[in-house]
Design a binder for this molecule. Structure first.
Ligand code: NAI
Length: 703
């Protein structure tokens, strides 16, 4: 006993410390939960106890959540329901303790951790705490009482927001909502928790009144304290959810129902409903797939296959202050790395710095930080036109024009200035890293970091292994990408790397289908109906028709089995180049589309004589699958996990489907192979099933 939890008793006050052995964080696995129950029983049996403070001994935070492995292993609804009931019973044991329990929260408090503090009688949070119920992101909802206790503690409207989005709250935000009774600095947490406990032992009324006051007022009275208002609130929440999820994510909708019905009953009946529905939701494909995506993310943090130790990056430099360069410099500065941003002209540098100042200020406002937060980040960026200023950088990322001679010239001038250990990366979208290495002094120190646009938002980074890239360089680039908060995958130096190759094959196919008489807008509607964030034509507008045409040409030249559509080439030769020019396939008002661009459709001879069918969409998706198999065959990436990580975090492939390969597995590879054979007979050899596909029943788990 006392593996996970210790407690001391002095002066009637029990101090309970959560401290899972051999772990950086506290995870509520079965053993931890059992010990939590035993602790509650022990405290209840001790006549000397007058109050309890629960805190965590982990520096990282309070409780990081429930054991996701255990959740993933649930194979039938009854088992899921039983797990939920057990957690509920243990937390209820704490709620029923006959003396006050104060939870003192610092750092992260996630999922089951938040449900535990909801069962405690009082909560005090450190300012920097991060408190959330993020279960919907895993395709489930809180099942240890969270859906029932939260709306009984704070406003229903805020509860819905927290549970249905998984958003996290800082300590201060938790205080403002009444989720925390007090908020203090991390250094003062232990003392303040004790003081709070002593006060509530004497008289709880002032604290409870303060809590009540936070959840009163005309809005709450109007919307939450009467059935009509509540019905309206639930109706609005459901409408918003439908719009946000397209109906592809069952968990938030079910959570909404569990909260609504639970509030019409007493707490035990509400808990009963929560457990029953949780058991069912755990079995949905969306839940299984989102847990898979969670594992993909965890896997990406471990640099699979890289043994070398990364070199530290104390100072970085970015060459090229255009669209990508400024985004990358901004990311480095935001993560605390001093960075020199070099371009050829002063005016480009000042435009880049102005742009970054605006971004940092917007971020600070959003996070409710003071104005120094933005100034601090900006101060880490030194804009310059002078080459000598790059000399101290441990990592140099180039983001100049996509032309080999320009990149070679940049390399030739910067390399002699740098230390022998400095690592260089090119952000090229399509040029060969290995070719660039031919003109490098230290080819082993050069690799690729392929960020996606916009660099500050898109999670994926392809880490490119050129023919001569050393393991240490690769490990350094991988770890730098992680430090920037990105999800990296290691990719071989082949045209289009992984993501652009799969995406371009799919986009090119969309063009061929439209040229065959299918209404292009209708094809976009099919694609978004499937769950993609935007359709192929809307995406080409976003990328820019000129750029898409260029990438298409490069890839079709590299892979001669592809059949190049002439559409993009024609489109790139006229002035409507996509969202950046206000018109492409669509017309735009800012970021919004305001209808088709008929003139372009006419010019390109797109008459759309028939609507898009499911078969048209499958034709595009199956080509993508075939290309993914070819990439695995050629060793572009090491495993199907890399494909799924790349397509979800680089293109927004629907997370509820778990990724491209996982979706293919759900369809069954043997039947996809038969479908591909038919497509090959009808449309050409690009559909001829890759040998890799023929050998296997599934992408995952076989062969
Ligand atoms: P951009 O045209 O916006 O910026 C390039 C910048 O490099 C310009 O400001 C130019 O003045 C500067 N420059 C040119 N030669 C230079 C030199 N010798 N020294 C210093 N600065 C120099 O281009 P963008 O879009 O930022 O692209 C940069 C690189 O990133 C390209 O290789 C591109 O293929 C790649 N990329 C672009 C993506 C995009 O969506 N824009 C996505 C991923 C990669």
């Amino acid at each position: 006993m006392a593996n996970f939890i210790t407690h001391t008793l002095a002066d009637g006050i029990a101090q309970v410390r959560l401290d899972a052995p051999d772990s950086r964080v506290n995870i509520l696995n079965a053993d931890f939960l059992r010990e939590l129950e035993q602790t509650a029983e022990m405290l209840a049996a001790d006549n000397e106890v007058r109050g309890v403070v629960v805190s965590s001994a982990k520096e990282a935070g309070f409780i990081a959540g429930a054991d996701i492995g255990q959740i993933a292993a649930v194979a039938d609804a009854a088992e899921g329901e039983r797990l939920a009931r057990e957690g509920q019973r243990i937390f209820e044991r704490w709620a029923q303790l006959p003396f006050p329990v104060v939870a003192a929260v610092h750092g992260h408090c996630m999922g089951g951790g938040t449900e535990f503090i909801l069962a405690c009688h009082y909560r005090i949070a450190a300012e920097q705490a991060s408190i959330a119920l993020p279960e919907v992101k895993l395709g489930l909802f809180p099942g240890f009482g969270g859906t029932q206790r939260l709306p009984r503690l704070i406003s229903l409207e805020k509860s819905l927001d927290l549970i249905l989005t998984g958003r996290s709250l800082s300590g201060i935000q938790a205080l403002n909502l009444g989720l925390a009774d007090e908020c203090v600095t991390a250094a003062g947490l232990a003392e303040a928790a004790l003081a709070l406990l002593r006060r509530v032992i004497v008289d709880p009324k002032p604290v409870l009144k303060k809590r009540r006051d936070k959840n009163s007022g005309w809005r709450i009275w109007l919307l939450e304290k009467n059935p009509l208002g509540r019905a309206f609130l639930f109706h609005q929440a459901r409408k918003k959810l439908q719009a946000r999820t397209g109906g592809h994510y069952p968990a938030p909708l079910k959570a909404l129902e569990v909260i609504r019905q639970g509030l019409e009953r007493d707490l035990p009946a509400g808990l009963d409903l929560e457990a029953r529905e949780l058991g069912r939701i755990l079995l949905t494909p969306a839940c299984k797939n989102l847990v898979h995506v969670y594992h993909l993310n965890q896997r990406a943090k471990k640099a699979p296959g890289l043994d070398a130790q990364p070199l530290p990056v104390r100072r970085a430099a970015v060459i090229g202050g255009g669209v990508m360069g400024r985004g990358i410099a901004g990311l480095l500065a935001a993560q605390g790395v001093p960075v020199v941003l070099r371009d050829l002209k002063e005016d480009i540098i000042s435009a880049a710095l102005d742009d970054l100042r605006g971004r940092f200020e917007r971020q600070a406002r959003k996070k409710q930080q003071g104005s120094d937060a933005a100034a601090e980040k900006l101060a880490r960026i030194q804009g310059t036109t002078r080459l000598e200023d790059l000399a101290d950088a441990d990592l140099v990322i180039e983001a100049v024009l996509e032309k080999m001679p320009v990149k070679q010239a940049v390399l030739a001038e910067v390399e002699p200035l740098l230390a022998d250990t400095a690592v260089l990366a090119t952000n090229t979208s399509a040029l060969s890293v290995s070719e660039l290495q031919h003109s490098a002094q230290r080819p082993g120190n050069l690799g690729g970091l392929h960020f996606f646009n916009p660099a500050e938002k898109m999670p994926l980074v392809e880490v490119i292994r050129g023919a001569a890239t050393s393991e240490q360089t690769l490990a350094t680039l991988f770890s730098a990408a992680l430090k920037l908060g990105k999800t990296p995958i290691v990719v071989a130096d082949r045209p289009g790397f992984l993501v652009n190759r799969l995406l371009m094959a799919y986009l090119n196919e969309a063009c061929l289908i439209a040229q065959g008489g299918v209404d292009w807008l209708n094809l976009d509607v099919r694609a978004t109906g499937f769950g993609l964030p935007m359709g192929p034509f809307r995406l080409m507008d976003e990328v820019g028709l000129d750029i898409a045409a260029e990438v298409g040409t490069t890839l079709c030249a590299a892979f001669d089995y592809l059949e190049k559509s002439s559409l993009l080439h024609q489109a790139a030769a006229q002035p409507d180049l996509g969202r950046k020019t206000g018109r492409g396939f669509y017309r735009y008002q800012g970021e919004r589309t305001i209808g088709r661009n008929q003139a372009l459709a006419q010019l390109l001879g797109l008459h759309g004589t028939r609507g898009a069918t499911r078969a048209d969409l499958r034709r595009m998706l199956l080509l993508m699958i075939n290309e993914a198999a070819r990439c695995l065959e050629e060793g572009v990436v090491a495993a199907p996990e890399d494909v799924d990580t790349g397509m979800i975090f680089g293109t927004g492939f629907p997370p509820f489907l778990g990724g491209t390969c996982r979706w293919a597995d759900s369809q069954g590879l043997p039947s996809l192979v038969r479908e591909l054979e038919k497509l090959a007979a009808a449309h050409g050899r690009r559909f001829a099933p890759a040998a890799w596909l023929r050998d296997r029943e599934r992408f995952y788990g076989e062969g």
